[in-house]
Design a protein around this ligand. Structure first.
Ligand SMILES: *[C@@H]1O[C@H](CO)[C@@H](O)[C@H](O)[C@H]1NC(C)=O
Ligand SMILES: *[C@@H]1O[C@H](CO)[C@@H](O)[C@H](O)[C@H]1NC(C)=O
Ligand SMILES: *[C@@H]1O[C@H](CO)[C@@H](O)[C@H](O)[C@H]1NC(C)=O
Ligand SMILES: *[C@@H]1O[C@H](CO)[C@@H](O)[C@H](O)[C@H]1NC(C)=O
Ligand SMILES: *[C@@H]1O[C@H](CO)[C@@H](O)[C@H](O)[C@H]1NC(C)=O
Length: 421
């Protein structure tokens, strides 16, 4: 009798504690099914009922993520991300190009390669730091860890990809990447460029290209070169190795201009490397003469998802001598009419402070010496010494010219016939 009583006294707490245990197990199981954030919230939440009511929300979020993500609505006013690079003695040219190109909505990476003396690079860094507008807006960056860049070598492409990666990491909201050198100069204002590109699909890539390699087949694609800039501290030219290699069969080679405007989507594709093609081709191009004239062309045309986004133009006016030499003809005052007549956004190449640059400043950009190219954003006295409304654009005749060129390229019925042929 007594032992039976004892048992009964124990049964009650046992049942209670098993019940509690069971409840806890079930609850934690339930929580495990909810996303971790909600588990976390519910553990610390004072009002667990709120969590229960909202339990279904995380599932909705997840199922939405699992579906193809809807592309974010394109903002009406695009942003450009620029790389402007130079070498020894290019400081003044680079600074002038930067001032002519500046707009507070855009992003700028400037680079003076390792061949330029430390003094020159320090001077650029200090100018970027001291400029009151750059300091206020904070959209101009100098690559402090300068790269060794060999003319014609793969280090040139590596430098461009480096700037792309910096711009991707720092900013999430630019639309196009533009690669320029200190010897380039704009023929339209940034307001013209931004205004004209507002109407364009953000996926477009402006890459001049062709698969007809011609003489480049034997002189560019088959020789093997090594760029000492990849592993030596002093600069020397590329050297040639033998024997030659065969033409590739697993992808098709394309070649074209080393100047381009790349969409953000394509830059991400090249940098992030979730598809192996950009990486494989980068390795292939390591031993290729003048890889900047082929790398992006070959990547874009061998990636079916991007081949339909390419517009066969580099947006530059470049004048080649006939027959073409290694360097293009240096533009002077006598080229003004042809340059403007091309409707292009940029031109190259120019000598430092050539009179034709003053003419471009005066007639096309309305830029005064030492100041920025005026635009809708400019306020203050002197002009453009303060940042006003960033989305206000004042497109001028340059926008008309650019629209004419892009219209010809994009709207022409033959548009897709010029893609990757
Ligand atoms: C769930 O929570 C969100 C905010 O976190 C709230 O907007 C929504 O109304 C809640 N849903 C319900 C059913 O209470
Ligand atoms: C990028 O710009 C530089 C100018 O410094 C140029 O020489 C190079 O070939 C360009 N293109 C690529 C694909 O790197
Ligand atoms: C431009 O053309 C004129 C006349 O043909 C010539 O005299 C002059 O030297 C040229 N200027 C330059 C910078 O080449
Ligand atoms: C432009 O300004 C710089 C100094 O700010 C001066 O050295 C140069 O002579 C000026 N050029 C012209 C054409 O006025
Ligand atoms: C800035 O400019 C845009 C375009 O002109 C205009 O729609 C907007 O209202 C302006 N914003 C301010 C704060 O003035």
């Amino acid at each position: 009798m007594k032992s039976l009583n004892m048992e009964k006294r124990w049964i009650f707490p046992l049942v209670i504690s098993s019940f509690v245990c069971f409840f806890l197990v079930v609850t934690s199981f339930n929580m495990g099914l909810i996303t971790s954030l909600h588990t976390f919230n519910s553990i610390f939440s004072i009002f667990p009922t709120h969590v229960k009511i909202n339990q279904t929300n995380p599932y909705f979020a997840e199922s939405k993520i699992n579906q193809a993500p809807a592309p974010p609505a394109a903002p009406p006013v695009p942003r450009f991300a620029y790389l402007i690079s130079g070498s020894k003695g290019d400081l003044e040219k680079l600074w002038r190009t930067l001032q002519a190109l500046y707009h507070p909505r855009n992003y700028y990476v400037v680079h003076l390669d390792l061949e330029s003396p430390t003094q020159e690079r320090l001077e650029l860094a200090s100018r970027v730091e001291k400029d009151p507008i750059f300091a206020q807006v904070g959209n101009v960056h100098m690559i402090a860890k300068a790269n060794m860049v060999t003319y014609r070598g793969p280090t040139m492409v590596a430098n461009t990809l480096h700037a792309c990666a910096i711009l991707l990491k720092k900013y999430t909201d630019w639309d196009w990447f533009i690669n320029l050198s200190a010897s380039d100069y704009p023929l339209v204002t940034q307001d013209d460029l931004i205004y004209t590109f507002s109407d364009l699909k953000r996926e477009f890539n402006f890459i001049e290209h062709t698969s007809r390699l011609g003489w480049k087949e034997g002189q560019r694609a088959m020789p093997l070169i090594v760029d000492p800039g990849l592993y030596k501290t002093t600069k020397s030219d590329i050297f040639w190795a033998s024997p030659k290699r065969a033409l590739p069969t697993s992808f098709k080679l394309f070649t074209g201009s080393a100047w381009m405007i790349l969409s953000r989507a394509f830059v991400e594709y090249c940098i992030w490397g979730w598809d192996n093609l950009p990486r494989t081709l980068l390795m292939y191009y390591t031993n290729f003469v003048s890889s900047p004239e082929g790398y992006f062309q070959t990547v874009v045309c061998n990636a079916p998802e991007f081949a339909t986004t390419v517009i066969n133009h580099d947006m530059h006016y470049i004048s080649w001598d006939y027959p073409p030499r290694q360097h293009p003809h240096t533009l002077n005052i006598n080229d003004t009419a042809k340059m403007i007549g091309s409707d292009a956004a940029f031109a190259r190449k120019f000598k430092q402070d050539d009179p034709v640059l003053d003419k471009i400043d005066e007639e096309l950009l309305h830029r005064s010496n030492g100041s920025f190219t005026p635009g809708g954003w400019c306020t203050g006295k002197p002009r453009c010494s303060k940042v006003g409304n960033l989305t206000k654009l004042k497109p001028g005749p340059g926008a008309k010219r650019l629209r004419r060129l892009i219209g010809k390229l994009v709207l022409s019925a033959k548009f897709s016939q010029h893609q990757c042929n």
